[in-house]
Design a protein around this ligand. Structure first.
Ligand code: NAD
Ligand code: UGA
Length: 433
């Protein structure tokens, strides 16, 4: 199949590279020519495990190319995936201007039947809106619109794309559904379920999925407060909860809140839509409020131990919004660091790969090259991102390097019982009171 992906960011690049690896001829288009020129040389523009090898392999085998020429991208392919951003507007709704720009480009350059499939996360009704824009600009355009939401997670993006829990194909056109099924047939053969729906249902499944996962996290974060008050342990509560197959064990980790470019924006957009349609949005309102408060819990814990933080040195382990990515969009670390700086704290930070991104938005931070150097002379350590390499460090060495051995473990990577010699506090670990 000849496929074009418009928008070569996290999703577009992973989708394009994986689809090329599945044997399709893929053209990735982006308006950002600096991204395109790097990608043409096989240099990934994002950090994602396994991406560089897959990219180089498929460039070498001439299955993927990169361009800023949207016209040729549209004209040379049968299926056009939209993977442009849909960031939040002031009122919480998704900004559809990038989607609409791409739809207008398709209307201008279309040269025969095309399937236009949204990979971007778009509110219910966007598929219809894309149809209308293309038809208004070009009455002769021959095309169908499909909603094919993407469920990959950053840090596990290639694995998730290649082994999805499900594939959702929403369209009102039988022809478009058949074409989409032919793209995913190799995945169906190895048992990946495909759910065929109308456009609106597919669009809503994506928001419902992210909002449900965010709700589970806020639920656990709310319970973590009670755990601390009554001497219960949130990690064990999560295990007990998750053993019920009706609940399942995933996305029950309490911590310093969810971040990233998706949960915060998608919860906001679904909430805004519920309100617009006159439906009750209180649950999602609570999910957001709990998450905003949770990002500050680590700072509150530290202030209880050191009430005057002025001129104190605090080390931060992990800046990325989660491990295995350099993405710091909506990362809890940003809120935590800014709040500490307001109290006059001097911040030292270490992240295995996100320091470069962090330098673009966080100022007055001393960055270290490894997790030991960063704690040298510090009055406290806050663990914000659970990178694997933090789990098995020499704790005695860490303790000796610190001025005061205080650890606030925002991701519960350690067990309170193993933390002798430290003034150690996790999240919701009632046992460390
Ligand atoms: P991103 O910001 O990393 O990438 C978007 C890209 O689109 C940018 O490179 C931008 O230059 C390009 N672009 C914008 N307008 C364009 C145009 N008219 N023509 C060509 N290129 C254009 O965004 P992302 O993280 O890849 O997310 C894209 C969409 O996918 C969003 O709707 C997001 O919610 C959704 N999504 C993201 C993830 C994720 O893990 N990041 C997972 C699933 C779904
Ligand atoms: C999330 C979804 O998991 C993907 O399925 C979806 O495709 C994507 O959003 C999207 O729509 O863009 P992602 O944001 O990459 O993926 O990362 P997650 O692994 O879901 O983590 C999101 C945040 O929740 C992170 O800050 C993480 O630390 C936090 N989290 C996750 C918790 O606090 N507790 C948990 O139990 C799980």
């Amino acid at each position: 199949m000849k496929i074009t992906v418009i928008g070569t960011g996290y999703v577009g690049l992973v989708v394009g590279t994986c689809m090329a690896d599945m044997g399709n001829d893929v053209i990735c288009v982006d308006v950002d020519d600096s991204k395109i020129s790097k990608l043409k040389k096989g240099i990934p523009t994002i950090y994602e495990i396994g991406l560089e090898e897959l990219l180089k392999k498929n460039i070498g085998e001439n299955r993927i190319s990169f361009t800023d020429d949207i016209r040729s991208g549209i004209q040379k392919s049968d299926v056009i995936f939209l993977a442009v951003g849909t960031p939040s507007l002031e009122d919480g709704n998704a900004d559809l201007s990038y989607i609409e720009d791409a739809a207008r480009e398709i209307a201008r350059h279309i040269n025969g039947y095309k399937v236009v499939a949204t990979k971007s996360t778009v509110p219910v009704g966007t598929g219809k809106r894309i149809k209308k824009i293309i038809k208004q600009q070009n009455r002769d355009a021959d095309f169908d619109v499909v909603s094919n939401p993407e469920f990959l997670r950053e840090g596990k993006a290639i694995k998730d794309f290649m082994n999805p829990y499900r594939i959702i194909i929403g369209s009102d056109s039988e022809k478009a559904k058949r074409i989409m099924l032919s793209i995913y047939k190799s995945m169906e053969r190895v048992g990946r379920p495909i759910l065929i729906t109308n456009l609106e249902t597919a669009e809503l499944i994506k928001y419902a999925s992210n909002a449900m996962l965010a709700t589970r996290i806020s639920f656990m974060n709310q319970l973590s407060c009670l755990c601390e008050a009554v001497g219960a342990d949130i990690k064990t509560v999560a295990i007990g909860l998750g053993q019920d197959p009706r609940i399942g064990p995933r996305f029950l980790q309490a911590g310093v809140g969810y971040g990233g470019s998706c949960f915060p924006k998608d919860v906001k957009a679904l909430k805004a839509r519920l309100q617009e349609e006159g439906c009750c949005s209180e649950l999602l309102e609570a999910v957001e409020n709990i998450n905003s408060r949770q990002k500050l819990v680590a700072v509150e814990k530290l202030k209880k131990i050191i009430p005057d933080l002025h001129n104190k040195k605090v080390a931060v382990w992990g800046i990325a919004f989660k491990p295995n990515t350099d993405d710091i969009r909506e990362a809890p670390s940003v809120v935590i660091i800014k709040e500490l700086q307001k109290s006059g704290v001097k911040i030292k930070a270490f992240d295995p790969i996100a320091a470069k991104e962090s330098k673009k938005i966080l100022k007055n931070i001393e960055y270290a090259e490894n997790p030991y150097d960063v704690v040298k002379g510090c009055d406290a350590l806050i663990i914000v991102t659970e990178w694997n390499e933090f789990r098995d460090l020499d704790k005695e060495k860490v303790r000796k390097l610190m001025r005061q051995p205080i650890i606030i473990d925002g991701r519960n990577i350690y067990e309170p019982d193993d933390m002798g010699g430290f003034n150690y506090h996790g999240i919701g670990r009632g046992c460390d009171k």
